[in-house]
Design a protein around this ligand. Structure first.
Ligand code: NOJ
Length: 545
């Protein structure tokens, strides 16, 4: 019997949450940018898909240097996306449909337009206002060298120099992403107090929890020393500078935030959810973030990073089961998000292996993910099998990584192109109300094949696979939380049992292989005759022998 059935209170342990990238979901005003009213209009679609909740990417007032991850006011809605009244309507509508709402909270940094940062700039060196951030004097006789050698995640140095009130070059401030995103100093007591106020503001408005941006960040080494290998820190977008991330003090913050959530649960019996974006080197370190009194969930990115390879998948799944689920936490699986190349494209390489391979593998990976014990997140468009848009012209790119590095490597616009809903030509039903409205990123013609109206009408579509998988997951006690037992399989195949008798198998190769269970599968990611598991296919069976 799965934990889901015995401890229904912990709804989040095996929830499936849909990530709504608000600016690309559905535009209700015709300005080419998605908004909260658009999200509300899309709720019946998400209900039909069968998700338990939504995570809304940041919609707060922001100059949008990093699409809302540069927050100028944590307790309001940017007029581009609506207003607080519209937000309340969205929460009410979601609640009516039984869909939970999670907000994206950004505690590592804010916007350089945030009033407290502006106050810090004006207040000058040594002030209490500057202590809320990391201001430091530069090195060298005239202070013209940054205080340390750290790199920013999105290119360039992690420090920018300010001009002081007297017009002279002055102190430097730390920003681990872009200069428009100054890092908060969590050692200053006013910072945790401010975030407690923000959490309560939204909890009081009825949200069900928060996705926490850069949840292994927040604290930096107190001395801000040089990094022994700054080039290595810069090689990956994931957080690896051990002096800037994963400091022990961050766990106290998650304990504090968990206790705030528990306080709300004590009032009404309804559990709130904290899910962290935790990029740390090992599953063991990851497990530290989801101890019983810290975050409820943390995205386990190793599955997302794994190449399409039997051993790689088996290794990351085994590690998660042992090091995370083994300590009593739930594993939170994810294959796509707004920062990553979409699975259809990622698994399609090398392209010479044949067209449609990436899509077949992405379908198989989806069934695998939905069969694993724990929670899962789906990124908008994943359920439509959207490939990455890889050929956006330079002049439409908005990702600060492109601006700051001049390189298209690792840029994120291609997975953020506005969703196609209907029709044969852009805007594919994404915008409404204004003739000729242009989506903020151009949609390619081939988006027509993936539009939701087509997907809903075609039972062979990605959409139906996700919908069927979610329905079975909700109705079969073997799925969701619980145990996983590997089966012996030939090379290139992974198979495991959930509960006593539900078997999930994936053929990572391209040639068919005998199925581990005779009989017709309950669900398969592609055509799957009895007794055979075709290449690049996953299937679920009940083994009733
Ligand atoms: C992670 C978010 O997912 C990403 O989109 C953002 O740019 C960085 N954190 C900085 O906030």
């Amino acid at each position: 019997m799965s934990l889901q059935r015995t401890e229904a209170r912990h709804w989040w342990r095996d929830a499936v949450i849909y990530q709504v990238y608000v600016r690309s979901f559905l535009d209700s005003t015709g300005d080419g940018i998605g908004d909260l009213a658009g999200v509300r209009a899309g709720l019946p679609y998400l209900k039909k898909l069968g998700v338990d909740g939504i995570w809304l990417s940041p919609f707060y007032p922001s100059p949008q240097h990093d699409h809302g991850y540069d927050v100028a006011d944590y307790c309001d809605v940017d007029p581009t996306f609506g207003d607080l009244a519209e937000f309340d309507l969205l929460v009410t509508a979601a609640r009516r449909l039984g869909i939970k709402v999670l907000l994206d909270i950004v505690p590592n940094h804010c916007s350089s337009e945030h009033p407290l940062f502006r106050e810090a700039l004006a207040a000058g060196p040594g002030s209490a206002a500057r202590a809320r951030f990391h201001f430091a004097d530069g090195h060298g006789p005239d202070g013209s060298e940054p205080p340390n050698n750290w790199h920013a995640m999105f290119g360039g140095p992690a420090w920018s120099r300010v001009t002081e009130a007297d017009g002279r070059p002055g102190q430097w401030y730390l920003h681990m992403f872009t200069p428009e995103q100054p890092d908060w100093n969590w050692r200053d007591p006013e910072v945790p107090a401010e975030f407690e106020r923000i959490l309560r503001f939204w909890l009081d408005r009825g949200v069900d929890g928060f996705r926490i941006d850069v949840a292994a960040g927040l604290f930096k080494h107190p001395e801000l020393p040089d990094s022994p290998d700054p080039e290595a820190d810069a090689r990956t977008r994931d957080s690896v500078n051990p002096l800037a991330w994963n400091q022990p003090e961050v766990h106290d913050v998650w304990r504090q935030w968990r206790s705030i959530c528990e306080e709300y649960t004590a009032r009404d019996g309804h559990e709130r959810l904290l899910v962290g974006e935790v990029s740390v080197p090992t599953a063991r370190e990851h497990a530290q973030y989801v101890r019983h009194d810290e975050l409820h969930q943390a995205f386990f990115f190793d599955l997302l990073s794994a190449p399409w390879d039997t051993d790689a998948f088996r290794k990351v799944i085994s590690e998660a089961m042992q090091d995370i689920a083994g300590t009593g936490s739930t594993v939170t699986w994810v294959l796509n998000n707004h920062d990553q190349v979409r699975t259809v494209t990622r698994y399609g390489e090398p392209a010479t292996e044949g067209s449609g391979l990436g899509a077949a593998r992405a379908r198989a990976a989806a069934l695998l993910m939905l069969a694993l014990p724990g929670a899962a997140y789906i990124y908008q468009g994943e359920e439509l099998g959207l490939p990455e848009v890889v050929d956006l012209p330079d002049d439409v790119l908005t990702d600060p990584i492109f601006r700051r590095t001049g390189s298209r490597a690792r840029i994120r616009d291609g997975c953020r192109v506005p969703l196609p809903w209907s029709g044969q030509a852009s805007p594919f039903g994404f915008t409404s109300g204004v003739e000729g409205a242009k989506p903020w990123l151009p949609q390619p013609e081939w988006f027509a094949e993936h539009a939701t109206d087509r997907a809903l009408a075609d039972t062979r579509s990605f959409w139906h696979l996700y919908r069927d998988g979610l329905q079975l997951r909700a109705s079969l006690p073997q799925l969701g939380e619980g145990s996983l037992r590997w089966l012996d399989t030939p090379p290139g195949v992974l198979a495991f049992v959930r509960g006593d008798d539900l078997v999930c198998a994936v053929n990572f190769g391209t040639a068919p292989t005998p199925a581990p269970v005779s009989g017709t599968p309950l669900l398969s990611s592609g055509p799957c005759p009895a007794g055979v598991l075709p290449g690049s296919t996953a299937a679920w069976w009940i083994n009733d022998l």
